[in-house]
Design a protein around this ligand. Structure first.
Ligand SMILES: Cc1cc2nc3c(=O)[nH]c(=O)nc-3n(C[C@H](O)[C@H](O)[C@H](O)COP(=O)(O)OP(=O)(O)OC[C@H]3O[C@@H](n4cnc5c(N)ncnc54)[C@H](O)[C@@H]3O)c2cc1C
Length: 388
């Protein structure tokens, strides 16, 4: 399998890399207190990153999943908070809007996403049901050509500044997974309350969001009930983007570890001379390369959306690999690794998000395990094709 990048891809990534290394890295630490990385987002809009998932007719570049993975990987190498902010613009919410929203909403919001003026939020998690989507209680009632939404969501990123909320909701109280649809709620609408509530170990704040008798036109209900399957397809894209950030964090940590292995001395030698340290470097690199291979393969695996099995496997592997690699990078730094003096502790904190958001590792293992036990063709065996 050949992942040779085109000249355009290389050029685009190198522009992003320059901004990341020169501008974003030095100020990354200041976002740990929940400060929104406004200056980085402005710069990324200028470069064209924020419009990557916006179709060309709405002012974006409509680039593919691999391009988006490459860019998030670069940003992840220096700043988790910025990478997460970008994920909010190029991720599943933008894809749901550009695939399912009516023309009037697309024209209004998508060009503003590309320029960085409109921030998007996605609301799935509820106080009493996160992974347990079939038990969501947020409900949308259809009343002629209007809809009325009531409910509560929690742990929501960017809700305090979002211009559009992509909300998973039950429709007309239909129970179970079949009853779940999706509604678009403009920020600032009457009945919407969004308040930052939780400060995360990664740096950002997450909000609690209330929908109190919010009334909107019927066209804002972009996916009626029984739309879960279609929405989950869009989520396979997210399952390639979340791990791209983790891959970047691991790479950033490894690069820092290599510098330290060369610069720090003990017992009259650079610590990189010790076999115990070299083995750490080797293990970090092996895991990063394995993760990258799996992730890139998942990213190019589907026509519109990635293969579900490959996306799930890539997500679990990158998420868990990044925790191991960043933790080892801290170990290489000794006690300084635990301080804010070096960025490795920040990288480690960021990685912990990966296996929680966008489908927990446990949920994805359920999916992969079920598929293996029920569907694997033993005539072909473990063919390594991911999809069967
Ligand atoms: C930084 C960050 C940003 C986030 N941003 C958003 C956002 O913008 N929008 C949004 O909607 N949500 C967001 N979330 C929330 C995230 O999506 C949820 O935390 C996640 O879906 C898990 O839900 P939960 O926390 O309710 O855990 P629960 O669903 O309660 O799960 C608790 C534990 O039980 C396990 N578990 C549950 N069911 C099973 C099962 N069947 N088999 C095995 N194990 C199981 C889970 O894997 C987990 O380990 C964010 C979270 C974080 C950390």
């Amino acid at each position: 399998m050949d992942f040779k990048l085109s000249d355009e891809q290389r050029e685009f990534v190198s522009v992003v890399r320059k901004a990341c290394q020169k501008e974003f890295a030095p100020r990354a630490i200041k976002y740990l207190d929940g400060t929104w990385p406004a200056e980085n987002m402005k710069r990324l809009a200028e470069i064209g990153v924020l419009g990557m998932s916006v179709p060309t007719e709405y002012g974006g570049s409509g680039l593919g999943i691999l391009d988006t993975v490459l860019v998030l990987e670069e940003i992840g190498k220096v700043c988790y908070v910025t990478a997460m902010a970008v994920l909010g613009e190029v991720g599943v919410q933008c894809r749901i809007i550009s695939t399912y929203a009516p023309e009037s909403i697309k024209q209004k919001i998508l060009p503003r996403v590309a320029t960085g003026e409109a921030i998007l939020a996605i609301c799935m998690t509820e106080p009493n049901a996160g992974t347990d989507v079939p038990n969501y209680t947020t409900n949308t009632v259809i009343k002629g050509d209007r809809i009325v939404i009531n409910g509560r969501k929690t742990l929501i990123s960017r809700a305090d500044i979002a211009e559009m909320f992509v909300v998973f909701t039950r429709v007309d109280s239909v129970p179970g997974a079949k009853g779940i649809g999706c509604v678009l709620i403009p920020g600032g609408v009457k009945g919407l309350v969004a308040e930052p509530k939780y400060h995360t170990m990664g740096g950002e704040y997450l909000s609690e969001v209330q929908f109190n008798d919010i009334e909107l036109p019927l066209e804002n209900l972009v996916i009626r009930s029984d739309g879960m399957k279609r929405m989950l397809n869009a989520f396979n894209t997210q399952r390639c983007l979340n791990p791209a950030i983790c891959l970047g964090l691991a790479e950033g940590a490894m690069e820092e570890a290599v510098k330290y292995l060369r610069d720090r001395s003990a017992f009259g030698h650079p610590i990189g001379d010790f076999q115990g340290m070299r083995w750490k470097a080797a293990d970090m690199y092996i895991q990063i390369e394995a993760a990258r291979g799996l992730l890139y393969r998942a990213a190019v695996s589907g026509e519109q959306f990635p293969d579900p099995m490959l996306a799930a496997m890539a997500k679990i592997y990158c998420n868990e690999m990044s925790i191991r690699v960043t933790s080892e990078a801290i170990q290489v730094h000794g006690g300084y690794g635990f301080t804010d003096e070096y960025p490795v502790s920040r990288f480690f904190r960021g990685t912990r998000y990966g296996s929680l958001g966008g489908g927990t590792s446990e949920t994805l293992r359920n999916l992969i395990g079920k598929k293996i036990v029920t569907d694997m063709d033993l005539a072909t065996g473990v063919a390594g094709m991911g999809t069967f």
